[in-house]
Design a protein around this ligand. Structure first.
Ligand code: BGC
Length: 805
């Protein structure tokens, strides 16, 4: 224990109180013990420090900061060193604003393209996610403060986000949903990790001993602090016992009393509290010291330039018929589309930064060298048909050499708290595209979206550029790529399916009841499309360039791969070389191939480079549920070197020694998992993989019932609450602006009332509300009132006792 002496000086009450936040974004300070308060702030793509009224949804304004491109964008750079540069800059701004813990990066595996927070996450592949996130963490922490990779773990949807139970088999859990976090923890040593809201196989992530103790702390050697997601603590005492350090935001006296009582009754021991306190004190003292000596300013212009460079490096060129791009200087262009004037450059919710400034395409056109004939918004952003706007755009397009259309997903489509309903771009935008193409075949589409979209309209454009969400300088980055100032080198970090109907999790996303079945198992993203033989619109790892690359001289061992890459075109560029490992004769079922290495190589025109890519301990392993360990099936493996997961250029075979473990599936029939065709796995087969019966899914009236489920209660008062919320939510959809507060409340369990009201509501009061919901109206209401009085008195007493600390 690092802080034994200090801990010995503290009373049990003081200790327990320190393990939860003091305000929405700060910890408690004890001047008598020399313990300062520290500030935690979002987030993953820039600092969102709320100096005034604070909330965890980005509702109240925050101190202006640089808005970096979200993870969805930077993931397409496949460049962890770029992630590190961004992390360093974000960390610098955080420390300058006296923030000790920056709440990011987010690295949940993109299970379904519809998850509302996909823009905050890197990839469908855990190896790519882990490597990118590790870059961010190293960069952020180079400032002495803490990064906080999140949301640990299996948090892949927004519906019932604080109370849904992710039902997943152990092998899939380890290989797909934890490997990214393993890479971050082992390779970048984050000082904190954020536990997720959801349950995993029946136990909340934040009190899940298997997740936090067995895997995070024991297997991976994490010795930092686990911070709950905001309001994500269910049973604080169990959390502390099982490895969760700090409950956020400010649950008030009730959480302190809960811990005290748990120690007094023997539910947990004082040494559990001490162990967590030791982790917390290291975090507080170290990061506070770093913040104290850090400069209070940063170079905003340099950070703006970094955003532009990073966004440009991440843009993916998806189609370029007849080499329409790059546009030569002087090309007469019609600039069309609302997104050229009002960019979508970041997502909504807790990650939203109050940007220092935001570039638009329109403002940057003057420096582009293009001859701009004019601008027409072309469509109504909220999807309503607008014949006048369309006609104006068509007239403009008619006169131009090239029409550039800026299309995208509007603000309501993707947000924290809300899963997407489909993968489509609004009909009126596609309608406009058709009309423009009819008068000008030289049509370029630029898409701003934080997630993959369907592209049945692809034939209506000659070029397609995916700009993702470019951060505050993303507009300039797009112009750099359109004009060839930057040769695009991004590649997709997630598959773009032909249609949502083709996506493997669709039958079990987002789950109507309490549980979400991860029935597709390992077959997420390209692992599914390639194994099941389903053709996507654009495969994982795909992206074009203005030049071309040749691959040669492959040499592979089980430890490393070397090859030569040559730029065979006439302009400088960068190629992302991807290493996939396959075992065509595998006895233990597995996806046909999996990403196990990659490297971004910069090459001048005509230049060749020898590239060495290491293969690490993750290259051949699989999780064996019989031995409960990582094992290797011995024999031959194919090392496939590709420009995307489909465009394999070179292949070599290596011999790998196995670990000799028994095949856990010997004698068991799992035809869907063997073939990867996991769309309709029958219950019986899924139960075999899961190794237990499918859990009950019905909504129960208890403290984890969400406000959106109150219609299932037996109380008119609760029905009324539901009706009001439901009406407000529906109205906010109609207005096209997500009402985050209402969305959050809708998916919030009753229990969270006690966790997110700074102590005003206690768990005792929540128990009263549950009684009310169960139909014991009188008793329920009385309990709420009695507990409210009790809570107010106990809170006052507690604060008085603590004030001396
Ligand atoms: C989000 C976290 C965020 C936290 C604090 C939560 O609602 O899930 O990602 O860091 O709020 O704002």
């Amino acid at each position: 224990m690092q802080h034994k002496e200090l801990i010995q000086q503290m009373t049990l009450l003081e200790k327990c109180a320190l393990l939860s936040g003091d305000t929405v974004f700060t910890t408690r300070a004890y001047s008598k013990h020399g313990i300062p308060a520290i500030t935690l702030s979002d987030g993953p793509n820039g600092v969102r420090k709320q100096a005034g009224a604070a909330d965890h949804l980005g509702l109240n304004p925050s101190v202006p900061a640089t808005c970096f491109p979200p993870a969805v964008t930077i993931a397409c750079s496949w460049n962890p060193a770029l992630g590190e540069e961004i992390g360093k800059a974000m960390g610098e701004e955080a420390a300058a604003q006296e923030v000790s813990v920056l709440l990011g990066p987010g690295l949940n595996t993109k299970r379904s393209p519809l998850c509302g927070r996909n823009f905050e996450y890197f990839s469908e592949d855990p190896y790519l996610s882990g490597k990118m996130a590790a870059g961010y963490v190293r960069g952020i922490q180079s400032n002495g403060i803490s990064a906080c990779p999140k949301h640990f773990a299996v948090n892949n949807q927004e519906l019932r986000r604080m109370a849904s139970d992710s039902v997943v088999d152990e092998r899939t859990l380890r290989e797909l949903y934890l490997t990214g976090f393993e890479i971050v923890v082992k390779e970048a040593a984050p000082k904190t990790v954020m536990s997720s809201y959801n349950l995993i196989n029946g136990t909340y992530a934040n009190e899940n001993a298997h997740l936090l103790q067995d895997i995070l702390r024991r297997d991976w050697g994490f010795n930092g602090a686990v911070v709950t997601d905001w309001g994500g603590s269910n049973d604080h005492a169990l959390g502390v016992k099982n490895g969760s350090t700090l409950e956020m935001p400010a649950p008030g006296g009730d959480a302190v009393r809960e811990l005290l009582k748990a120690v007094e009754t023997g539910k947990i021991s004082e040494s559990d509290v001490d162990a967590r306190l030791d982790e917390l004190l290291t975090l507080v003292l170290d990061t506070h010291a770093a913040v104290e000596k850090h400069s209070r300013s940063f170079d905003a212009e340099a950070h703006h330039a970094l955003v532009r460079r990073a966004a440009a490096e991440s843009i993916v060129l998806l189609k370029n018929e007849e080499n329409l791009l790059p546009l030569a200087t002087g090309t007469r262009v019609a600039v069309i589309g609302d997104f050229a004037e009002t960019p979508r450059y970041q997502g909504a919710g807790s990650s939203a930064v109050n940007s220092l400034k935001v570039d638009t395409v329109l403002e940057n056109l003057a420096q582009s060298g293009l001859q701009v004939l004019g601008f027409a918004p072309g469509f109504d952003r909220r999807g309503r048909a607008d014949a006048v706007k369309e006609a104006e755009a068509v007239a403009l397009a008619r006169q131009a050499d090239v029409a550039v259309l800026f299309l995208g997903l509007d603000e309501i489509k993707e947000s924290e708290g809300l899963d997407r309903g489909d993968m489509k771009i609004a009909d009126n935008q596609i309608e406009l595209l058709r009309a423009v193409q009819a008068v000008n075949p030289n049509t370029v589409v630029v898409v701003n979206a934080g997630a993959s979209i369907e592209t049945p309209w692809l034939k209506h454009c000659k070029a397609l550029v995916y700009g993702a969400l470019g951060g505050q300088a993303g507009a300039g980055a797009i112009l750099d790529v359109l004009t060839g100032k930057v040769n695009p080198s991004g590649k997709l970090a997630e598959t773009w399916a032909m249609s949502y109907e083709d996506t493997p999790a669709k039958e079990h996303f987002a789950g109507k009841g309490r549980t979400v079945q991860y029935r597709e198992g390992l077959y997420v993203g390209y692992r599914y499309y390639q194994t099941a033989g389903v053709a996507p619109a654009f495969p994982f790892g795909f992206g074009l360039s203005y030049t071309s690359f040749a691959y040669s001289d492959l040499k592979a061992t089980s430890d490393s791969v070397t090859l030569t890459v040559t730029n065979t075109g006439s302009c400088d560029g960068a190629e992302i070389v991807q290493i996939y490992v396959a075992k065509p004769d595998a006895k233990v079922f597995r996806p046909v191939q999996e990403l196990k290495g990659f490297e971004k190589v910069k090459l001048a025109a005509g230049e060749s480079k020898c590239v060495a890519i290491p293969l690490d301990d993750k290259a051949f392993r699989y999780w064996n549920t019989m031995t409960n360990a990582w094992e290797i099936e011995g024999g031959h493996y194919e090392i496939r070197v590709g420009a995307s997961c489909e465009d394999i250029r070179l292949t070599a075979t290596v011999e790998v020694a196995g670990t000799g473990a028994p095949n856990p599936y010997a004698g068991i029939s799992l035809p869907h998992y063997e073939s990867g065709k996991v769309m309709n796995v029958p219950d019986a087969e899924w139960e075999v993989l899961l190794d237990r019966p499918i859990p009950d899914d019905t909504v129960k009236i208890d403290c984890n019932m969400t406000l959106g489920e109150l219609k299932h209660s037996r109380s008119p008062l609760c029905w009324l609450v539901w009706l009001v919320l439901h009406t407000m939510l529906t109205n906010s959809y109609k207005q096209g602006k997500p009402n985050l507060n209402v969305m959050f409340q809708y998916n919030m369990p009753l229990r969270a009332l006690a966790k997110m009201t700074s102590g005003a509501i206690s768990m005792g009061m929540v128990d009263g509300i549950v009684l009310e919901a169960k139909g014991f109206w009188g008793i329920g209401l009385c309990k709420v009132l009695v507990e409210a009085v009790k809570n107010a008195i106990l809170n006052a007493q507690l604060e008085k006792r603590l004030r001396g600390a």
